[in-house]
Write a protein that binds this ligand. Structure first.
Ligand code: SAH
Ligand code: F3S
Length: 483
């Protein structure tokens, strides 16, 4: 039977889609192999910024060369560039056999079979708008301690810079009972932390209309959704879940019902990633973000007031068309005012089909670089001060696995998303445990803590250290431009 390899570019949604592709292909009898020897190579692509798209083009070029020696090699382009370019990809780039959109993943085995029967290159990029499908993750006992669960797909916001509404289609929501069932199965298989996933995750409404309204839900507010109700349903129906997160929300759906859920639902993490994009009202308008700086500040302040100690992180674009020094200063002052503890910063990148193309991309590359550097300098300082302030405290850490680089150290996260490397746990198995750690030191992006005496006394011994799950922990602190 054939073998395959998947290379993933881009966001969590793509990581999640790649996992589903693995499951669909394995289910059809394919086996995973190194990319250098696989019969089928899938590139799961990102097009949110131009750089990400360029990566795909150079990778396809490389594979086209490889094909000269390996004539049976099947090259599949999936993900956002596939959806965006469709037929054009096959016409422009040599060597592509199959272009498959995010909604057509279940059809992969059938399409590969058609190719094996000698079909010419196939393009399949059809949104499942009528009957949306959400692939359920297979729950494998003993696998990862953290998992993502998709609750909605697509985006109706149409921020003027963003290609996602085009590549992922209109918003479609998953029935709440299905979401709860998937989470329950994952938790039964040993998962401790779930992150609910969606492009505007907090615009969620239940297509089956089976959720009771959440306290403080104001149904006449156009920004109200059933997201708070869903969070409550998950917490009630999966009581063994240790921690619940979500990404990415849109600020306009940070309504009173959601803030109240944060105050009352104990399983919710005390950290929220809330993309703001800019601190200038003039730019927020041009970006079609549908909130003002004051509204963003007011809503996030209400959230922090409801959940003392809750931390916020954000996404920011620098160099959006027309961004002046004054506009950028407003962004810096907003970052200080809100006190973000993590930040993804991006240089504006003009994207096909987006309304912002009508505006001149007039901020120079040098200005964009300089602004991004200043933004990171500020965010690193804010994070550094925050982490330094935690030295001497005791933190509850959900241990995710053994630290890849540091070999013997266990690593995990606090409920606020701070990364903690744990010492004093030699010979112990902490995977999936929630333990207290006494913080002794801060690194640039993480903390170091000594396992508390109580946790040490009750921990399991490590049976077969070489077989313990090794996971690298991606750091959600600050990112450079590009995906
Ligand atoms: N709501 C989505 C956002 C997807 S895009 C989510 O779930 O994450 C992720 C981030 O990329 C955006 O918040 C924005 O900061 C950045 N971005 C999107 N389009 C961009 C563009 N054209 N240029 C630069 N950055 C962009
Ligand atoms: Fe993109 Fe704005 Fe939607 S950033 S994903 S159009 S909320």
């Amino acid at each position: 039977m054939s073998s395959y390899a998947i290379t993933t570019f881009g966001c969590q949604m793509n990581v999640h889609d790649s996992e589903r592709m693995h499951e669909v292909l394995r289910g059809a009898g394919y086996t995973e192999a190194e990319a250098s020897v696989a019969d089928v190579i899938v590139l799961n692509t990102c097009s949110v910024r131009e750089k990400a798209e360029q990566k795909l083009r150079s990778e396809v070029g490389r594979l086209a060369k490889q094909k000269r020696n390996q004539r049976d090699l099947v090259v599949v382009v999936a993900g956002c560039v596939a959806q965006q370019e469709g037929e054009r990809l096959v016409k422009q780039l040599q060597g592509i056999d199959l272009v498959v959109g995010p909604d057509n993943i279940p059809e992969l085995p059938r399409l590969l079979e058609e190719l094996a029967q000698g079909a010419p290159p196939i393009v399949r990029t059809v949104f499942d708008t009528e009957t949306p499908k959400f692939l359920t993750a297979l729950s494998v006992a003993g696998a990862s301690k953290t998992a993502f669960v998709t609750i909605m797909k697509g985006c109706d916001e149409r921020c003027s810079f963003c290609i996602v509404p085009y590549t992922r289609g209109p918003e479609r929501y998953r029935p709440s009972a299905e979401i709860v069932a998937e989470i329950a199965a994952l938790v039964a298989a040993g998962v401790r932390e779930i992150t609910l996933l969606g492009q505007t995750v907090n615009s969620y409404t239940d297509p089956t209309k089976s959720l009771p309204p959440a306290p403080d839900a104001n149904e006449s507010d156009p920004d109200e959704s059933e997201f708070a109700a869903l969070l409550r349903a998950v917490a009630e129906q999966v009581p063994d879940l240790a921690r619940l997160r979500y990404t990415s929300p849109h600020p306009r759906h940070l309504t009173r019902s959601l803030i109240r859920a944060h105050a009352e639902v104990g399983v919710l993490a005390r950290h929220v990633h809330m993309p703001v994009q800019s601190g200038s009202d003039r730019l927020l308008k041009r970006m079609i973000r549908r909130y003002s700086r004051a509204e963003y500040v007011e809503r996030t302040a209400a959230l922090v007031a409801a959940v003392p100690g809750l931390t916020l992180s954000t996404d920011i674009i620098v160099g959006f068309p027309g961004e002046t020094d004054e506009d950028f200063d407003l962004t810096l002052s907003l970052v200080r005012e809100v006190g973000f503890k993590g930040l993804f910063g991006f240089k504006y990148s003009e994207r096909p089909f987006t309304p912002a193309r009508k505006l001149a991309d007039d901020v120079t590359e040098a200005q964009k670089s300089e602004r991004l550097a200043r933004l990171f300098e500020l965010s690193e300082r804010l994070l550094g001060e925050h982490l330094a302030g935690l030295v001497g405290s005791t933190q509850r850490v959900l241990v995710e696995g053994l630290d890849k680089e540091k070999g013997e150290l266990w690593s995990g996260r606090t409920d606020r998303h701070e990364i903690v490397h744990i010492t004093g746990a030699a010979g112990l198995d902490l995977a999936g445990e929630i333990v207290d750690a006494d913080i002794v030191r801060n690194n640039k992006h993480s903390l170091q803590g000594e396992l508390s005496a109580a946790a040490r006394a009750s921990a399991r011994p490590r049976v077969a250290p070489e077989k313990a799950a090794r996971r690298s922990l991606p750091l959600v602190v600050s990112a450079t431009q590009g995906a």
